[in-house]
Design a protein. Structure first.
Length: 299
């Protein structure tokens, strides 16, 4: 199998590349400097030249405040470019996988969100990602797979947003005895490795159907609960103080409940770990990486 991976140097892209190396899968992963996904001509030429089995889009304009202030840029990356990638992939009979978000939902229902539930995003980011979903599915109805995930975190972080939520909290905890963390948003934080593993498993399903799939860790938690568990696992003495912010996060409206259920992936036998197990595995790797960095030897 051959993949053309766009956005391959963010946390999910790096995790996917690491997985493919161990499985002998060929990956072409140009950098952002090599190809601007908004440059339709270059993207089409690249896909035509590589002729992959899958075009994988891990690019995103995902800084929430920036999406509000520059909505045209958010739409250009998250919707218009996605449509063009889908069209270009289908033109060479390649499958197309693009990543979307739990933020396409308004968070008003109490139950987990399923793939077929109505998407009613609350903010510019969610609107642009939902537009990208619809545009890609319309452009390549037989070739397009949309995967929604939630709260991605990884050691590499994001080039646009910096270190991941876990990494930022661990750094902040070094200088604090107490840390206030929001308790009003419930979701399913997912490691980049778990997400990439599930995404690759989905691509390896023979004749996988086009459509929308949810790929997040199992269970649910608030960000305060998630942070407290991270500190417990990492033996960090800082105590987490849950704070109900009542949805007040500046100008950005966030869904109160963005827990999404992996119905379609589970039907194919693809499951992700519970968020606690996923976090424990991630932090064990974090400890080993820290030991190697400090000693210069394998732990």
């Amino acid at each position: 199998m051959k993949l053309l991976l766009l956005g391959g140097y963010g946390q999910a892209g790096i995790a996917l590349q690491a997985l493919t190396r161990t499985r002998g899968i060929e990956v072409d992963a140009p950098t952002r400097a090599d190809v601007d996904v908004c440059d339709t001509g270059r993207v089409r030429a690249l896909i035509s030249r590589v002729r992959p089995d899958w075009v994988v889009n891990f690019t995103a304009f995902h800084v929430l405040n920036a999406c509000e202030t520059d909505f045209s840029a958010a739409m250009a990356v998250n919707a218009l470019a996605v449509r063009e990638m889908a069209l270009a992939a289908s033109s060479v009979d390649a499958q197309f996988l693009t990543v979307s978000t739990d933020y396409v939902f308004d968070g008003l229902q109490l139950d987990p969100w399923h793939e077929g539930d109505d998407a009613r995003p609350l903010q510019a980011y969610g609107v642009s990602k939902r537009a990208g979903e619809l545009a890609a599915l319309a452009a390549a109805p037989r070739h397009c797979v949309v995967v929604r995930t939630c709260g991605l975190y990884g050691r590499s972080g994001s080039k646009d947003r910096g270190a991941s939520f876990v990494e930022r909290r661990l750094v902040e905890a070094k200088a604090k005895d107490l840390m206030e963390v929001g308790s009003d948003l419930v979701c399913t934080p997912t490691s980049a490795e778990a997400f990439a593993t599930a995404a690759l498993s989905l691509m390896m399903v023979p004749g996988v159907s086009a459509g929308i799939y949810h790929l997040t860790a199992e269970g649910s938690c608030s960000w305060a609960q998630f942070t407290a568990e991270a500190f417990r696992l990492a033996d960090v003495p800082c105590r987490v103080v849950p704070v109900d912010r009542q949805g007040s996060y500046g100008r950005i409206r966030r869904p109160a409940n963005s827990v999404i259920h992996n119905s379609h992936a589970r039907a194919l036998g693809i499951t992700l770990p519970h968020w606690k197990d996923d976090l424990a595995r991630y932090l064990q790797g974090h400890k080993l990486a820290t030991q190697v960095a400090q000693t210069g030897k394998s732990a």
